[in-house]
Design a protein around this ligand. Structure first.
Ligand code: ADQ
Length: 461
């Protein structure tokens, strides 16, 4: 088997709690197969300090990491990656900030990563680059003579061409993207947006399904929906510790129906809209007062970006408003928890909740939706309410699919879930579990690597 080399913005420590979906996926993948993981170690150092590389081994896994300087952090990470690329790819041009400084920082860090990674590669390695922070890394490796098969996976959505072209750097970025042998997407919509861009704006053509020809090169663009490690999540949710935690949450006299939301505190996750939908539930169906509670777990993320500070204030104000208007001495309608929670606790909370509310305004996939389903008791499962704008909705059709912008529609879906007969819940859950198993973490990784391996051979046009 060829060695796997993964590059991503942030490298997580094995044994520490990974806090985002990407780290969860890569750790799952590398634990199974071993290999090398290259990227930022999370440290920020002074601009004049040396950015030297550190290498550490954990069994079959080697971590090669480097720090970012203060300017790198500000320009590459907060600036171009998170204040330009992230909003544009989530269709939020209104929040995107473009500056020359930040795009130069982005080019500089990608160039430095390529310079450090290129000499570590062996001729037979499969190189897999992850996500929007590192789009030009593959092109940087190519200019340094790397001829290996190099693949790229977009964990976030790929926007429609009309949205992408509003970004000043889109030509440079997409010409770097087509240097990869394989570009992977979460959904058919993302893949179609990319192919449309290549064909309509770069003079490319579809040579075969999933195969693009552009500027004398051939590349594959395919769909690989990210999945979770289903069995390990089930084991966590069924453990005796989980049962104790659930009992503690369901003390006598507590509300009958628990609704749970778990998301990084990000404006793409639709948290204020979710709270407004919950408020509508209490207004339209007042019989739910004192009977229903919403627990929203939203750990802090990217707080140095202004849009993230704004969303936090909005959420705090809204939960205060709902609790003030509807709450009573013996009932707090919204419980808002602004911190990271161990995965075992999350699994227990999912299992103890009758409704999983996953309503992002736009999301590449959304692993929380899959974790919620996996954690349920199959004899008495809860109901997943899922945004049509989460990549997961392409697959998880047996959830209650909603438009997160329509507060009344989401409120009606909550009421439907509360009243749903057990047989219907079991039937829906069984179908969702089958889909989860069909497309789990393992099949995601194997599917991508098989396609990348095939790219080393000449592609049939
Ligand atoms: P994220 O935007 O981070 O991921 P998501 O897919 O929901 O979103 O993954 C979040 C992960 O973090 C889940 O595994 C969840 O359990 C964990 N998590 C969330 N809140 C937590 C908390 N309070 N404490 C502990 N853990 C918490 C990006 C894309 C997604 C895509 C993934 C994977 O934005 O669309 O699904 O990558 O490709």
């Amino acid at each position: 088997m060829r060695r796997l080399v993964i590059a991503s913005n942030r490298v997580a420590e094995p044994g520490c709690q990974p806090s985002g979906g990407l780290a969860v996926c890569i750790l799952d993948a590398l634990r199974k197969r071993g290999g090398l993981w290259f990227g930022w170690n999370g440290e920020v150092i002074a601009d004049d300090a040396p950015t030297s590389v550190t290498s550490r081994k954990y069994d079959d896994l080697t971590l090669v990491t480097m720090p970012l300087t203060e300017s790198d952090y500000k320009e590459y990470y907060l600036g171009f990656s998170n204040a330009a690329l992230w909003p544009v790819h989530h269709y939020r041009l209104d929040l995107a900030r473009f500056t020359q400084e930040s795009s130069e920082g982005y080019r500089r860090v990608n160039d430095r990563f390529a310079e450090e990674l290129a000499p570590l590669l062996k001729a037979s390695d499969l190189v897999w680059v992850h996500d929007y922070h590192l789009v030009p890394l593959g092109a940087g490796l190519r200019t340094r003579g790397v001829r290996n098969a190099i693949g790229f996976f977009y964990h976030i959505p790929f926007p429609p061409p009309d949205v992408l072209v509003a970004m000043p750097e889109h030509e440079w970025l997409t010409s770097a993207l087509v240097e990869y042998d394989l570009v992977g997407f979460q959904t058919k919509t993302d893949q179609a947006n990319f192919c449309r861009f290549v064909c309509d704006f770069m003079g490319g053509e579809m040579a075969a399904p999933d195969v693009l020809r552009v500027s004398g090169k051939t590349l594959m663009a395919s769909v690989f929906p990210v999945g979770i490690d289903v069995d390990s999540f089930i084991a966590m949710a069924r453990s005796p510790e989980a049962a104790k935690r659930i009992q503690r949450v369901h003390r006598a006299g507590e509300p009958r129906v628990h609704i749970i939301g778990v998301d990084r505190l990000d404006y793409t996750k639709g948290l204020p809209d979710r709270l407004r939908s919950f408020k509508r539930l209490l207004e339209i169906y007042p019989q739910n007062c004192k009977a229903v509670t919403l627990m929203q777990i939203a750990p802090p993320t990217r707080e140095d970006v202004q849009a993230y500070a704004d969303i936090r204030h909005e959420l705090e104000a809204l939960s205060g408003e709902i609790n003030g208007q509807f709450g009573d001495f013996d009932w707090t309608p919204v419980r808002y928890i602004h911190r990271n929670v161990p995965r075992e606790t999350l699994a227990a909370l999912y299992r103890g909740s009758q409704i999983g509310l996953v309503t992002p305004l736009r999301d590449g996939m959304n692993l929380v939706a899959k974790e919620y389903v996996a954690a349920q008791n199959e004899d008495n499962p809860g109901v997943l309410i899922l945004s049509r704008f989460a990549g997961a909705s392409e697959d998880l059709q047996e959830a209650l699919i909603v438009n997160p912008y329509d507060a009344d529609e989401v409120a009606h879906a909550m009421q439907r879930a509360i009243a749903m007969p057990r047989e219907e819940r079991i039937e829906r859950h069984r179908a969702l579990m089958a889909r989860l198993r069909e497309r789990d973490a393992c099949s995601w990784m194997e599917g991508f690597l098989r396609a990348l391996d095939a790219c080393s051979l000449p592609l049939a046009a």
